[in-house]
Design a protein around this ligand. Structure first.
Ligand SMILES: *[C@@H]1O[C@H](CO)[C@@H](O)[C@H](O)[C@H]1NC(C)=O
Ligand SMILES: *[C@@H]1O[C@H](CO)[C@@H](O)[C@H](O)[C@H]1NC(C)=O
Ligand SMILES: *[C@@H]1O[C@H](CO)[C@@H](O)[C@H](O)[C@H]1NC(C)=O
Length: 317
């Protein structure tokens, strides 16, 4: 049993090792990660507010080196969000019953349209984008000069939030367009595309429409475009760091394989030894039943009972 589970572990090892490679965070082609981008965009979005009216979107100005991305921010009272929702905020349709965690009195929805940067920050090997990646993230609206705010956790409790994409490229014939959803922790989910190029979600995050491309998914990351490398200074070590992570995974994986095979070999040896010992033990106990020590020498011991002798005169007819 143990040997079998060890072999099972050995065989599943390549799959375990390939898991980190499919993670979108590791292979972001950019010098900054998607969560770092979220923080930059939150900062820019909040700066767009000057005596903001509730329920009105304010478009943000972005640094030149992020041109192609558009961002806006809308401040809401959380009570009115829950009771009334937001009929439409760009492509997002927010129904009633959306609740934030932890509770805040006012919150800010930051909207992203990553445009031509979509596949830079959300690379998806084996798929191509038919629409830009759109994001909707919620932050506390109590301090509008705050930066590096953590996202609030928002949930749609009644109906899902709808994202109605416009200007969607048509899918190549024979392929099926799908919704894709990236949560804030880097995991990816696919969903069916509803009528009218609509996707739905219960949570915040980034959304788009993709189609499977014929290009086989490749592990090799595309070289980072030069314009991306200057986005944030002091982050050039990021790609080097990723290479090191991969090297560490490969070396670690090999070591694991070696250690596991040593353990497997040892377990097999121990089992064999145990079998031999058991045979010897059976043999020994068989021997010890047959012989018994009498005055230092082994003598055979008669087993069983013989017919007891009977005195003839005990026999009274
Ligand atoms: C996206 O387009 C803008 C111009 O609209 C350009 O400046 C920028 O470099 C492009 N970004 C990428 C990643 O191609
Ligand atoms: C708002 O955030 C800024 C920047 O983090 C901080 O300096 C300021 O004290 C905060 N204001 C309030 C009222 O918390
Ligand atoms: C790019 O933008 C970041 C802020 O988002 C800024 O710190 C940096 O200086 C900019 N780089 C260039 C070359 O404009």
């Amino acid at each position: 049993m143990r040997v079998r589970s060890i072999f099972l572990a050995l065989f599943s090892l390549p799959f375990l090792l390939s898991l980190p490679f499919s993670s979108s965070q590791l292979f972001t082609d950019s010098a900054i990660s998607s969560s770092e981008l979220d923080a930059i965009l939150q900062d820019c979005a909040f700066k767009a507010f000057f005596n903001p009216k509730t329920g009105v979107p304010y478009d943000a100005k972005l640094p030149k080196n992020l041109s192609g991305i558009s961002v806006s921010a809308m401040r809401l009272k959380s009570g009115s969000l829950r009771k009334r929702g937001v009929q439409s905020y760009k492509e997002f349709h927010i129904p009633i019953g959306v609740i934030e965690q932890p509770y805040v009195e006012r919150l800010v929805f930051v909207y992203h349209n990553l445009g031509n940067w979509s596949k830079v920050f959300y690379p998806l090997p084996g798929y191509s984008y038919l629409a830009p990646v759109l994001g909707l993230l919620a932050y506390s609206g109590s301090n509008l000069s705050a930066s590096e705010l953590p996202e609030l956790d928002i949930r749609a409790s009644d109906k899902p939030i709808l994202i109605k994409f416009s200007n969607v490229k048509s899918a190549p014939s024979g392929s099926v367009a799908k919704c894709v959803y990236f949560d804030l922790h880097g995991s990816v989910q696919f969903d069916i595309l509803s009528h009218g190029n609509a996707c739905s979600t219960l949570q915040q995050g980034h959304f788009s429409i993709v189609v499977e491309s014929n290009v086989p998914s490749s592990l090799a990351p595309a070289p980072a475009p030069e314009s991306v490398a200057v986005v944030v200074k002091g982050n050039g070590g990021n790609n080097k760091y990723k290479v090191w992570i991969i090297v560490a995974y490969v070396v670690g994986g090999l070591l694991l394989v070696i250690v596991l095979s040593l353990i497997a070999a040892r377990v097999i040896r121990i089992r064999k030894d145990m079998e031999i010992q058991q045979l010897e033990w059976v043999d020994d106990s068989y021997e010890s039943l047959k012989t018994t020590s009498i005055g230092g020498t082994k003598a055979p011991l008669a087993m069983g009972t013989r017919t007891k002798p009977m005195l003839e005169n005990d026999y009274i007819p």
